[in-house]
Design a protein around this ligand. Structure first.
Ligand code: PLP
Length: 373
């Protein structure tokens, strides 16, 4: 059977190594996973109650219109219901947007070392990915994005993905650079600007501007949100698309009618009402990041300050070797060689005691693996 070159060459998205697998492979009983930017608090207690109360209706198909959920999002985020779409994680929305708005041979534009799902979804749809280099401080070069778009009219760039903040770098963009970008590309009818805001709730950069606050001013600005991070629902799979009505009209035509399962819909309604859980998620993340900043400084390991719930740091060693060494110590981090950082690891903020265990393991590892000279 013939398969396209794009599919043959597709490198699948590599997820964080599961805890159970690590325990099995290394014969460990205690393993901590700080590898997938999950929320270490566990689900909100209100979410757990809502799920338990809905277990006896799981023989029924979910509400295909996600009515109650969209209504709640509309109220809480102050957006019209007609501008809200939902997906099986924001990953599914990325996939569908590419399939809806790009034809094979068209292109999407994003940053070097941007969240890898854009590449995987585009390649699967036989769509090209063009990238703009990061700046030396690993921030995205939005001016470079706009320049690239105008310099390459024949590239057929249909979507521009702006992960803000980006994963795995943890950097965000904002200020006048974002304003200029919108002046140059906002309201065009030949390209959509997709702000992927999976981590916005964790941002402390004062220059940052959430696209949810300005997308309604533009006919071509889309926002992706997820319930996998600050809402602590990664396992339930729920992403949200905020977009102009015409985009949602296409989106709802293409999506599977039951793409968001019943428990995810019910859980998200409860999660949106639990302000205390969200505040606690932010608090432990910021405390954890500050702890990592001071400990990595003490260990003399360079890192980038993060606006996400994770940190990218330089091991000064081969990161794959470090990753395996840490696995043996029961700590799962994330190698990021696929993003062009062969010596770096990405570490998610966990609970305070998990962060401490990770740092202790890293300190031991540094003594066991010689630094690259
Ligand atoms: C930048 C970014 N966007 C989107 C996602 C996907 O989130 P979801 O779990 O909603 O598919 C992630 C997940 O890590 C991410 O880092």
């Amino acid at each position: 059977m013939k398969v396209s070159a794009e599919i043959l060459n597709l490198v699948p998205y590599k997820t964080g190594k599961p805890i159970a697998e690590t325990k099995r492979e290394y014969g460990l009983t205690e393993v901590y996973k700080l590898a997938s930017n999950e929320n270490p608090l566990g689900p909100s207690p209100q979410v757990i109650t809502a799920i338990k109360n809905a277990l006896d209706q799981q023989h029924l198909y979910p509400d295909p219109s996600c009515h109650d959920l969209i209504q709640k999002i509309s109220e809480k985020w102050n957006v019209p219901t007609t501008q809200v779409g939902v997906g099986n994680g924001s990953n599914e929305i990325i996939d569908l947007l590419i399939r809806i708005f790009c034809e094979p041979g068209d292109a999407v534009l994003t940053s070097q070392a941007a969240f890898v799902a854009y590449q995987v979804c585009a390649q699967a749809a036989r769509v090209k990915v063009r990238t703009v280099d990061l700046r030396p401080d690993l921030t995205m070069d939005l001016k470079g994005f706009a320049d690239h778009f105008f310099r390459n009219p024949s590239a057929k760039i249909r979507l521009i993905f702006i992960p803000n903040p980006n994963n795995p770098t943890g950097t965000s963009v904002g200020g006048s650079e974002l304003d200029d970008f919108l002046v140059r590309l906002g309201n065009r009818d030949d390209v959509l600007l997709v702000f992927d805001e999976a981590y916005t709730e964790y941002v402390r950069n004062p220059e940052f501007k959430a696209a949810a606050q300005f997308y309604q001013k533009y006919t071509n600005v889309l926002v992706l949100k997820t319930f996998s991070k600050v809402y602590g629902m990664a396992g339930l799979r729920l992403g949200v698309l905020l977009a102009p009505e015409y985009v949602l009209e296409f989106y709802n035509r293409v999506r599977n009618p039951f793409n968001v399962n019943d428990l995810a819909q019910i859980a998200a309604v409860a999660a949106l009402d639990d302000d205390a859980y969200r505040a606690e998620s932010q608090k432990i993340t910021w405390e954890g990041l500050d702890y990592f900043y001071s400990e990595l400084t003490r260990l003399n390991l360079p890192f980038y300050k993060s606006d996400g719930n994770f940190i990218l740091f330089d091991t000064k060693r081969n990161a794959q070797t470090c990753f395996v060494n840490l696995l043996k110590k029961g700590i799962i981090l994330r190698p990021v060689a696929n993003y062009g950082f062969p010596n770096y690891l990405r570490m998610t903020v966990g609970k305070a005691f998990e962060n401490k265990k990770a740092i202790e393991a890293i300190e031991k590892m540094l003594a066991e693996i010689p630094e690259i000279s």
